[in-house]
Design a protein around this ligand. Structure first.
Ligand code: C5P
Length: 220
């Protein structure tokens, strides 16, 4: 099976590009951030603070989590219920980032992610896929862009959805999430030693996709 690991900070175009790359290669795509989001959602729905490590850990045995993967996309089932839309709420982004710093949560999700990659050609995106989840992936990409570029894209996306927010606030949030994801003790965001660093600053989506596709084609 061919495994492609794509890691990087929020807003570098990771999920869009990973999905498009998987599509073009005929691979399935797995967005592991969705799993952390589902755990964050479960904590919030259970009235537990996503920062309370002991309480979140106690919830884990009651969580039944499935990523239904198909070429059409990914569907997140939490205890049998489709939560694909609910996990995208802004407060759940924060909850996901908080629960992702809890070692028991990472251990809980590790096996699930590894199992997904065993049976199929896959493009998996996240923060620690090349370093922890799939250290033997045939291709590892670390996708990055300057905080300003990432904030600019996120700002445009939000405005398109009708959310009025100042660019400076988006930039602050991008920097805050970067610090949280890179500064945590467990599985901090960093490129694997054998990862190719791809900087998408100033590139259009289609150009970045072409670069990734060419890199993948050379290795297949
Ligand atoms: O990628 P996305 O923004 O959906 O991920 C939500 C949060 O989950 C991130 O802020 C990050 O803290 C966490 N995450 C992680 N490891 C992964 C994927 C996501 O810690 N492999």
């Amino acid at each position: 099976m061919y495994n492609i690991a794509i890691d990087g900070p929020a807003g570098a175009g990771k999920s869009t590009l990973s999905r498009m790359l998987a599509d073009r290669l005929g691979f399935v795509y797995a967005d592991t951030g969705a799993l952390y989001r589902a755990v964050g959602l479960f904590a919030v729905q259970s009235g537990v603070s996503p920062q309370d490590a002991a309480a979140v850990e106690q919830l884990l045995p009651s969580i039944r989590l499935e990523l239904a993967l198909s070429p059409e996309g990914q569907c997140v089932l939490l205890c049998g219920k489709d939560v694909s839309a609910a996990i995208r709420a802004p407060e759940i982004s924060k909850a996901a980032s908080q629960v992702s710093a809890i070692p028991a949560v990472r251990a809980f999700l590790l096996g699930l992610q590894q199992k997904m990659a065993q049976k199929r050609d896959i493009v998996m995106d996240g923060r620690d896929i090349g370093t922890v989840v799939l250290p033997h992936a045939q291709l590892k990409i670390f996708l990055t862009a300057t905080p300003e570029d990432r904030a600019r894209r996120r700002h445009a996306e939000l405005r398109e959805k009708g959310t009025k927010i100042a660019y400076e606030q988006v930039l602050d949030e991008v920097k805050e999430r970067d610090a949280q994801d890179s500064g945590r003790a467990i599985a901090p965001l960093r490129p694997a030693e054998d990862a190719l660093i791809v900087d998408t600053t100033g590139y259009e989506l289609e150009d970045s996709l072409e670069r990734l596709y060419q890199i993948a084609k050379e290795r297949l």
